[in-house]
Design a protein around this ligand. Structure first.
Ligand code: SF4
Ligand code: SF4
Length: 380
């Protein structure tokens, strides 16, 4: 089995000349663009454009990072396109809010709407044989994954593998949560999706990551790192180590290990640049579902999977809710109701008997009003 390579560069700011230095360094460390890019090819840059957010909020891949990456690709002769299917809102409106629309206008890259999906079969799948992938993404010659490093309540961490979820159009993403409600089945589905879509290169923006209740309501946390690899699993394993996660705390790495993918284990990875141990952020807040499982895993490896599944936290809606109703639209099981059948009068209500603990509501709430609690709240 060949050893995956991950290239790391320190990058303390989003200053464009500093970004250029680091992005060129990590791309060179992965063998250079010329090994997979021919002049004139259509290249999709796939940032994380989860939802409306300003550029420095750490919710989306930073627009300056996307800009410099596009310029490097254009200088290498690529025809560059940018696109993602946000969790909420159109690609255009999210791109406007996070600065990527402006980047597209200034660089001449084409912003793709990601509205139409095509059913694609994956015969080697472990759990999910059919995906609805963006038609525009499928028409590209190459995909370059430009991910953001953030905490995530379901997978522990969202980085390069989870970023592939944005290749699935609109509400099809919600259906996958309903089809794979278990933490580990969902992670296996993400690995299937990654192996099917297989970006030629993945690069993670961890100049400023997100800690705490990510992937939307957490806090920006400077890590000062850009990392890249042809192997998104290996890249996530290294990024997880930078943020202080161990393997059992990141379900996509667990699924990759079960599949025998070399990148799931740090020992198999060739690292070019500073080692994760030297850059590790010891105070990184791993959020609600990234705590403590490595200890349990070491003591009770056979049980910890079931225990993690069983003791997943529960979503609760706080008083800061402004009753916009967005969580209700996005809940895959329709578990969110209003006590008085009208959002005008009272807070929404989660029926925990129907709740999958997929955390779509926490991920999408623009107010950060959905928080996760270790115990299931009592209901009438
Ligand atoms: S919990 Fe958040 S998304 Fe849901 S209605 Fe309240 S503010 Fe809107
Ligand atoms: S209430 Fe929230 S966590 Fe529960 S199923 Fe609906 S979106 Fe998922």
């Amino acid at each position: 089995m060949s050893q995956p390579v991950v290239s790391i560069s320190s990058c303390p700011t989003y200053n464009e000349s500093r970004l250029r230095h680091s992005l060129e360094e990590v791309v060179r460390g992965c063998g250079g663009l010329e090994q997979f890019l021919c002049r004139g090819e259509r290249v999709l840059v796939k940032p994380n454009m989860l939802a409306h957010s300003r550029a420095g909020g750490a919710v989306t891949t930073h627009s300056a990072f996307v800009r410099v990456l596009i310029e490097i690709l254009q200088e290498a002769g690529a025809r560059v396109y940018v696109g993602d299917s946000p969790g909420r809102g159109s690609t255009e409106s999210v791109a406007q809010s996070c600065g990527i629309r402006d980047v597209a206008d200034k660089t001449g890259a084409v912003l793709l709407p990601f509205e139409e999906g095509i059913e694609v079969e994956y015969d080697s799948a472990s759990v999910c044989r059919t995906f609805f992938l963006s038609r525009e993404a499928l028409e590209m010659d190459l995909v370059i994954n430009a991910a953001k490093l953030k905490t995530h309540p379901l997978t522990g961490l969202t980085g390069a593998v989870k970023n592939c979820m944005g290749l699935i159009v609109g509400a099809e993403k919600k259906k996958l949560h309903a089809r794979y409600p278990s933490v580990y089945d969902f992670a296996e589905m993400l690995i299937d999706l990654y192996l099917l879509s297989k970006p030629v290169l993945s690069i993670v923006d961890a100049v400023v990551a997100m800690e705490g209740p990510g992937p939307r309501s957490g806090r920006p946390r400077p890590l000062g790192v850009i990392a890249a690899s042809e192997d998104a699993v290996a890249l996530d394993a290294v990024c997880a180590a930078l943020a202080g996660f161990s393997l059992p705390e990141v379900s996509t790495l667990m699924a990759a290990q079960k599949r025998g993918l070399a990148g799931s284990s740090l020992e198999n990875i060739i690292i070019r640049g500073p080692l994760p141990g030297e850059l590790r952020d010891k105070g990184f807040d791993k959020g609600a579902s990234g705590r403590g499982w490595s200890f349990l895993w070491r003591i009770f490896p056979a049980w910890s999977r079931n225990l993690k599944e069983r003791f997943r936290p529960w979503p609760c809606i706080e008083d800061s809710c402004n009753r916009c109703g967005i969580c209700r639209e996005h809940c895959p099981t329709g578990a969110i109701y209003d006590w008085n059948k009208g959002f005008e009068n009272s807070k929404p209500f989660i029926d925990y008997k129907e709740c999958l603990r997929c955390y779509c509501c926490q991920e999408i709430c623009p107010q950060g009003a959905v928080i996760l609690r270790p115990r299931r709240p009592r209901q009438r």
